[in-house]
Write a protein that binds this ligand. Structure first.
Ligand SMILES: Nc1nc2c(ncn2[C@@H]2O[C@H](COP(=O)(O)OP(=O)(O)O)[C@@H](O)[C@H]2O)c(=O)[nH]1
Ligand SMILES: [Mg+2]
Ligand SMILES: [Zn+2]
Length: 309
C-alpha cells in the first residue's frame, strides 16, 4: 500500500478545479476532489488565493486538497455572474491596498470608501496607494492632497508613488516587506506595473491604455499571489470596476466608517441609519464639521445600495 505524503501550503492561484499550491519552494498543481468540496459554502468557489491548505501528494506529483484551514480574514466581492453569491477575491491578508491613479484613470473616492468598508467589515487592515505620481500636474495637486490628508486623518496609510519614475517605491517596499498583501483596484491603475517595479523578476504583463477611453485592458484575469524577493508575498488581482458589498446590514454600515463609530454612540435609536432620524449623533458630528462631506456622501450612497438588496 502506498503511503500518503501530506504537505502544507498556500494557494497562489486558483482557476476552475485546479489550484497551484506553494509548499516550501515547490509549486504543486492540486485539485479539490469531490467529497472534499465544501458544497454548502455560500461562495461561488470554495478555495481562494491565500488559503492555507493541506494536500496529499499523488504518485504523478500532483496533489489533492485534503483540508482548507480556517481563514483569518478574506476579501469578498459580489460575483459578477450572480450578483448574490460572494466570491472570495483573496484570503488571509496582513494588509490590503486599494490602488488608484492620480490621473488616467482619475481617483474615485466612492470606490476607495467601498473598499475600506469591506476591509473594516472583514477584519483586513487597509491602506491606499496613489500611483502615477509622475502624471500629476498642478490640476491634480489639490485633489491628491485632499485624499492624502483625509485618509491619513482616518488612520489609513496613504502612499503616493509612481511605477514609472520609481518615486515612493522604497516606501511601498517597506510596508510590503515580510507581509502577505494584495493590490486591489480598477484596471489601468498600475497594479501589475507596480509589481514589476518592486521586483522586476515578476514580469507581470501590463496593458496599454487605449487613448480614447482612458481605460486599461484586462490583462490580469485572476488573482495570483507571488513571492517578493525582499520578503513577503503580494496578490495581483484583476481589475475591479465596482466593489459590491456583501452581508452588511444598513444599520451596521456606520461601524465601518471609523469617524462615525464614536458619534453613533450618541444616536437616540440603536438602529439609526444617520439619514434623517431625530437625535442622530452622526448627523450632528457632520453638521459640526467633524465628518468630511464626501465621506458622509459615500456613506449615504453605500447605504442606498445596501437597502436595494
Ligand atoms: N505614467 C505612468 N503610467 C503608468 C504607471 N503605472 C502604470 N502605468 C501605465 O498604466 C497602464 C496600466 O498599467 P497596468 O500595470 O497594466 O495596470 P493594472 O491593470 O492595474 O495592472 C500601462 O500602460 C502602464 O504602463 C505610472 O506610475 N505612471
Ligand atoms: Mg494587471
Ligand atoms: Zn444616527
Amino acid at each position: 500500500m502506498s503511503q500518503l505524503t501530506l504537505k502544507e501550503g498556500i494557494i497562489i492561484e486558483s482557476t476552475g478545479s485546479w489550484a497551484q499550491v506553494l509548499s516550501k519552494d515547490e509549486i504543486i498543481s492540486s485539485r479539490l476532489v469531490g467529497k472534499q468540496r465544501l458544497s454548502e459554502e455560500e461562495t461561488t468557489h470554495p478555495i481562494a488565493v491565500g488559503d492555507r491548505v493541506t494536500i496529499a501528494l499523488r504518485e504523478d506529483k500532483t496533489g489533492t486538497i485534503q483540508k482548507i484551514h480556517e481563514r483569518k480574514n478574506a476579501i469578498p466581492r459580489l460575483s459578477t455572474h450572480t450578483r448574490k453569491q460572494a466570491q472570495i477575491l483573496v484570503a488571509n491578508l496582513d494588509m490590503a491596498w486599494v490602488v488608484q491613479a492620480v490621473k488616467d484613470p482619475r481617483p474615485k473616492p466612492g470606490f476607495i470608501d467601498r473598499f475600506l468598508v469591506t476591509c473594516e467589515a472583514y477584519g483586513v487592515p487597509a491602506g491606499i496607494i496613489l500611483n502615477k505620481k509622475d502624471l500629476m500636474s498642478p490640476k491634480e495637486v489639490a485633489k491628491v492632497d485632499w485624499l492624502k490628508n483625509l485618509y491619513t486623518s482616518l488612520r489609513y496609510p496613504v502612499i503616493l508613488c509612481s511605477a514609472e519614475s520609481g518615486e515612493g517605491i522604497e516606501e511601498l517596499k517597506s510596508v510590503l516587506k515580510d507581509k502577505i498583501s494584495a493590490l486591489i483596484g480598477p484596471s489601468g491603475t498600475g497594479k501589475s506595473s507596480l509589481l514589476n517595479r518592486l521586483d522586476p523578476k515578476l514580469e507581470r504583463s501590463t496593458s496599454e491604455i487605449s487613448s480614447y477611453s482612458g481605460k486599461g485592458r484586462h490583462t490580469t484575469t485572476f488573482a495570483q499571489l507571488v513571492p517578493l524577493q525582499f520578503g513577503g508575498m503580494i496578490a495581483d488581482t484583476p481589475g475591479i470596476k465596482e466593489f459590491g458589498l456583501v452581508d452588511i446590514e444598513p444599520w451596521e454600515l456606520s461601524l465601518y466608517f471609523p469617524e462615525m463609530v464614536g458619534p453613533r454612540e450618541e444616536c437616540k435609536f440603536n438602529t439609526c441609519t444617520h439619514e434623517h432620524e431625530p437625535g442622530c449623533g452622526v448627523m450632528k458630528a457632520f453638521e459640526d464639521g467633524k465628518i468630511d462631506p464626501e465621506r458622509y456622501n459615500s456613506y449615504l450612497m453605500i447605504l442606498e445600495s445596501l437597502k436595494e438588496k
